[in-house]
Each structure stands twice: as C-alpha cells, then as structure tokens.
Design a binder for this molecule. Structure first.
Ligand code: FES
Ligand code: FE2
Length: 417
C-alpha cells in the first residue's frame, strides 16, 4: 500500500526505470523529481531497515531519541527494563507529535496537547474507558520494528520490511568486539546537503574521486592505492601482514578491497596504511581502546547498509554517518564520533585530534555532492558512464535501487482458451 503522503504514478515510474541505461548514472528525474522522491520514500525507505541511531545514545531508562524521516517521526526509548523500543511519535488521542526534542530523558512520555501520558514501554497511562469509550490498553503507542545490532539501531517503518537476519548476524559478528554499546557520542555534526540522497550514497560508493577530493583520507587507506598496478604487490604484502595480526587477535581476516558486488549491506575489516593504527590525520591513536579490543592495530571495520548508513570503526573510535532524505534535492546528514563511554574529553581524547580526519573528508564529500546535484539538475545533464574498475560499486548501488523501486508484479495469470 502506498502511504498517503507519498503519491506517485507507477506507470510514470516504470517508464523512467526503462529509460535508464545500465552502467551509467540515472536519468535526471531520479535526482530532481518530487514524484520519484515519493516513490523512494515508499519503496525504499518504507521497506528497508534504516539506521536511526546508536544504543549508546540512550544509556539509561527514560533516555530517548527521535528521528524525523519523511512524514514519519520515530521515538526510540529505553524502558525501565533496559530494553530499547521504537514507536511512532504520535499521540493515540488525536495524533499530536509527542516529543519535539531529538534527544533527552523523561520519566514518561506526555503529550503536549491534552497531556495524555504513556509509560516508557508505550502503555497509555490515562484511564480512558469512561470518558472516551475505549479501554486504555487499546491506546498504547504504535510500535515500530527495531533491531539492535551490536549497538546500531535499525528501524523498519513499513508493514513488510525486507529480511534483515543475515545482515544483522553478519554485522554483529564483526562489530561486537568494538563495544559500541559501551560507547558515547563525543561529537555530532549535522549537515544540510543540497543533493538527492542517492547522489550522496553514490559518492560514498567509489573512491575514484578520492585523489582529487580527499588529501587526508588517501594518506591512511588503501582505496586508491590498490587500484594502481605498480603498487599491487605492496598492498598485497600489507594486507597479508595485517591478516596475520588480525588472526593472532582472534579477528576475522581483512581485505584491502572495498568491493561490494551484491545485496544491500556489507561489513568488512580493511587494513590501514603501514604505521597507521587509526583514522586520524597522522594515524596515531586519538582515544582509549574500545570494547574488547586488546590491540590498536585492527585496521578499520567498514559497515555499509543501504539506504542510509555507513560507519568506519577503528580500535579507538567509530565514525557513523546517517542519511535522512528531506526532499528531492536535499539530504540531512548526521555524523557521529563515538568513543568509549569512560573516556573523558581533555584527558583521554581531544576533539581537535579526534574529528578532522572524517570531518574534513565528510565536508569535502558534501561539497562534491552539492556540485553534482547542481549539474545533474541542469538542462545540460546527460547521464555518462561508470568506470569499469573504479565505479563498479556505484553501478551496483544503482542496480539495487532500481530493482527495489519497482513493486513486485503479481505473476500474470495465464488463462487457457
Ligand atoms: S492529542 Fe495527545 S493528548 Fe490529545
Ligand atoms: Fe568521498
């Protein structure tokens, strides 16, 4: 069922999908049209698992976060039993939004309109039967599906989300040792990026732009160097040495490649450049070790989940990025720097050392994305072609997107004469 807020013409969408030439960027309307935006919110954001935040953002009972995504506002709250639950942030009386703040702590959830209140587990606390003719047990907050994957909180807005079990198991098996659930947000940065959410994700899916755009990033990682045949042997040697170290630490093997050939998620450890133990400007540590890690040199664990999340976790901090589509040409982007919860600013870490690697890289990306949107929006835009080695991940993202955008057709009934 198409959500009332997201009307679009399925026939128009079919025509648009057919007008795409595989192996290159999407036709203009995919990046500019409000109707396609509606289809994205319905078909992609309404069916996939979306990163809402991290469990460490709500360490105590009553701690909550809210997240506005399209027409939905989601309330994620930790109950007195310690469990984290998600609800639609809408009152069961006449629908008012319950919490305006994006983060906070409350003993119960009280509606600002007529002051109905709800327990942290969503139960309505007002005796409603006499006045309203409905028992309060019928008036609990509407739950939203939530998965806590080793500290990453994913929600599914629609009634029939895609299967997330293998993604959750695969991510948790690699991420658990990083102890994100015992972390804290050292810093959050929020950006209003003037680009369609797909352009932002497409940019994340390749490092072809890295040499020209990211002087800091390319010093610490192999994404660019691995593509240079003259340095292939060096990358191979470093990856092998890293894998011996990882194996000795009981960690899964790493891979200098950033390949992602299918599906909507990946979790992969990648070695850092020799001499680099974390993603900081000079590769030296910027915070205490996290989780159960015993060694600083564990490379970086990269996690990507379509359509709105990626994260790099080093031994001493993690940097997570969440995309929130705002309209056809704007995306809110939140970036979080996460360290161990016992680390104290000024004593154990310094934001001026912790942040620049990803702050600069991210801001360079948002500027590129805005320029990309500006050109794509013009009359002069003609979709080009993706590189066959450097942009395969972008092609994979676009093919995934198009495949998910079209409603599954019911098989045609063959009526024999
Ligand atoms: S709308 Fe919430 S109490 Fe009336
Ligand atoms: Fe980039």
């Amino acid at each position: 069922m198409i959500h009332d807020s997201y009307a679009y013409d399925a026939a128009m969408l079919d025509d648009l999908v057919r007008s795409h030439r595989p192996g290159g960027p999407l036709p203009q309307a995919f990046y500019t049209s409000p109707a396609v935006f509606n289809a994205d919110m319905d078909r992609i954001f309404g069916r996939y698992w979306l990163h809402a935040g991290h469990s460490c953002m709500l360490p105590e009972p009553g701690d909550f976060i809210t997240w506005q995504v399209g027409s939905d506002s989601i309330l994620v709250v930790r109950g007195r039993d310690g469990a984290i639950r998600a609800f639609h942030n809408a009152c069961r009386h006449r629908g008012a939004r319950l919490c305006r703040d994006e983060i906070g702590r409350k003993p119960r959830i009280t509606c600002p309109y007529h002051a109905w209140s709800y327990d942290l587990d969503g139960r309505c606390l007002v005796k409603t039967e006499k006045e309203f003719g409905v028992h309060e047990r019928e008036l609990g907050l509407v739950p939203v599906r939530l998965r806590d994957v080793a500290g990453l909180l994913f929600v599914a807005l629609g009634d029939d989300p895609v299967d997330f079990d293998s993604a959750a198991a695969g991510i948790a098996s690699l991420l658990a040792v990083h102890g994100l659930e015992r972390g804290k947000v050292a810093k959050q940065a929020t950006y209003d990026v003037k680009a369609n959410w797909k352009l932002v994700f497409e940019n994340n899916r390749e490092c072809y732009h890295c040499p020209s755009a990211h002087p800091e990033y390319i010093k610490g990682t192999y994404d660019v160097m691995r593509l240079d045949p003259r340095r292939a042997a060096e990358v191979e040697r470093v990856a092998e040495a890293a894998n011996r170290r990882f194996a000795a630490l009981g960690l899964e093997p790493g891979d200098a490649s950033s390949r992602m050939t299918e599906g909507f998620w990946r979790a992969r450890r990648a070695p850092l450049m020799e001499g680099w133990v974390t993603q900081s400007l000079d590769g030296t540590p910027v915070a205490p070790l996290m989780g159960n890690l015993k060694d600083r040199d564990v490379g970086t664990l990269r996690i990507t989940v379509f359509p709105n999340f990626w994260q790099h976790a080093s031994s001493d901090h993690a940097v997570a990025t969440r995309l929130t589509p705002v309209d056809a040409t704007r995306t809110r982007v939140d970036v979080w720097w996460i360290v161990d919860k016992d680390a104290q600013e000024g004593r154990d870490y310094d934001l001026a050392k912790l942040m620049p690697f990803w702050q600069r890289t991210s801001e360079q990306d948002w500027a590129i994305c805005a320029e990309n949107q500006a050109g794509v929006s013009s009359r002069g835009y003609r979709p080009g072609r993706y590189g066959l080695t450097q942009e395969t991940n972008v092609a994979q993202f676009v093919e995934w997107y198009l495949g998910e955008l079209q409603p599954r057709q019911a098989p045609l009934k063959v009526v024999s004469a």
